[in-house]
Write a protein that binds this ligand. Structure first.
Ligand code: ADP
Ligand code: ASP
Ligand code: MG
Length: 439
């Protein structure tokens, strides 16, 4: 069994859906296809939800109408068969009626998540109608029947494995399955999601659950590049990454992959391939156990970081002090990304301000606190780069004009992370591109 995931741009136009239908049937191998919402849809749903939260009826109506128009045009191009066109129209009508009903009820967190789920529900239904038109045998398997979270809102891989086996067993004669990325059910049974960009995570979880031979992530670029192509002009695709390298890049901001989507594939030792729907013959990037080579491979940047400096002249190095600090973050379910210590202070970074006030209040009882917002983590990743100081020398030579506020080195053999004020991100990525990659 193979898993193939197609992102928003890969299904965002009727002709792209045609291309996807060709890619998934290229060799008759049993395949589970994971689809995102059409590009722009989840953003539009977030905006609709924001208008609903602000009780802006005019705004939400305008946004719902505009999105519905987009889908009407999409169906018109995608489906030629008259009776299937009527069917597609009815499907879209039902989803937009649901959105209009939400204007009359108060917006809870659960309802918000149902709104966000509409994109993937619509894209998969429209795509399966297209497959029907093209007479391509398939089965639509609803992700809400098997993708589930545990009580900590983390994917429950054991349960997903059990449930998807039951679902697949209902179709012994089928070889092609279509499902939604991103959406799932939480421990309460409500519709939930795997956070923005979560369809990659769905694909990797399914791949691990069915012990797939490969997890292919099809997107709009030919693999993981050495630097962020949205920020830097000249970037190149990387041939091979280890699971560890890819996980670091994804977690530290390489948008091509959801931050935590590598672990399920790594756990099942399933190769992940990053491929370009618009250029299917390009080699792309393969992610597997072996790194393939040593040395610097890529740099990524993660914005929205908050640095917290915790100072205590009296007891910093007393044992138990760090535990007390970390317990505060644990209590508020806030992961720490970077940590550095000195004789009198420990600095940590977090990427969410959701519980910042409570965290600061509690830390203030232990030590004196300074908070710096608008920071960016720059992560340089490559197999064994932190084993010698060669990369470190080159790196600091290249970025000597950047005011670095924290450095993390030696935590693993394949990552060097720097904290910088966000306004220096573009400059830093450009300097690293020149200094470390000669680009
Ligand atoms: P999809 O909708 O297919 O999930 P995404 O927009 O989530 O696609 O991810 C693909 C995009 O990630 C690319 O178009 C590119 O702009 C961006 N990106 C950021 N960093 C990198 C990187 N290091 N390598 C490749 N793409 C990257
Ligand atoms: N549609 C969702 C999003 O835009 C999930 C995804 O595309 O991976 O975040
Ligand atoms: Mg994505």
């Amino acid at each position: 069994m193979r898993v193939m995931k197609f992102g928003g741009t890969s299904v965002g136009k009727p002709e792209r859906m045609h291309q996807v239908s060709q890619l998934i049937t290229r060799d008759g191998e049993p395949t589970i296809v994971v689809l995102s919402a059409l590009s722009g849809t989840t953003n539009a749903l977030v905006e609709i939800s924001n208008s609903l939260a602000a009780q802006d009826k005019v705004g939400s109506t305008e946004k719902i109408d505009a999105l519905e128009k987009h889908y009407a045009l999409f169906i018109n191009d995608l489906i030629k068969d008259a009776s299937l066109k009527t069917k597609a129209g009815a499907i879209i009508k039902e989803h937009f009626e649901f959105l209009r009903i939400t204007q009359r009820i108060s917006l809870s967190d659960a309802l918000n998540k149902e709104i966000l789920a509409q994109g993937e529900l619509m894209s998969t239904k429209l795509f399966t109608l297209y497959l029907e038109q093209e007479k391509i045998e398939h089965a639509l398997i609803p992700a809400l029947d098997f993708m589930c979270l545990d009580i900590n809102d983390e994917p429950d891989l054991t349960l997903i494995e059990q449930k998807i086996k039951v679902v697949l067993a209902q179709y012994p004669a089928k070889k092609l399955f279509i499902t939604q990325g991103y959406i799932c059910r939480n421990a309460k049974g409500e519709v939930d999601n795997l956070k923005r960009g979560g369809s990659d995570y769905t694909a990797s979880l399914i791949a691990a659950a069915v012990q797939a031979s490969v997890c292919e992530i099809w997107t709009d670029i030919d693999g993981m590049h050495n630097n962020d192509p949205r920020v830097v002009d000249k970037t190149v695709a990387i041939e091979q990454l280890s699971f560890d390298e890819a996980a670091e890049l994804a977690y530290f901001g390489a948008k091509i992959l959801h931050p935590t989507c590598i672990w399920p594939a790594q756990q099942g030792n399933i190769p992940v391939k990053l491929l370009n729907t618009m250029q299917p013959s390009a080699a792309g990037t393969v992610i597997k156990k072996e790194a393939g080579s040593t040395g610097v491979k890529a740099v990524a940047a993660k914005d929205g970081i908050i640095a917290i400096k915790i100072k205590s002249s009296r007891m910093l190095l007393a044992y138990g002090f760090l535990r007390k600090i970390f317990e505060v973050f644990e209590k508020y379910k806030t992961p720490i990304d970077m940590v550095t210590t000195s004789e009198v202070a420990v600095s940590v970074t977090i990427d969410s301000d959701l519980h910042l006030d409570e965290i600061i209040t509690e830390l203030n009882n232990i030590a004196s606190i300074e908070v710096e917002k608008n920071q960016t983590i720059i992560s340089i990743v490559g197999n064994e780069i932190a084993k010698t100081d060669a990369v470190l020398k080159k790196l600091f030579g290249a970025i000597n004009e950047i005011p670095v506020t924290m450095v993390s080195y030696g935590g693993s053999h394949h990552n060097i992370s720097l904290l910088i004020p966000s306004e220096y991100k573009t400059k830093t990525l450009q300097l690293v591109n020149k200094g470390l990659f000669n680009l």
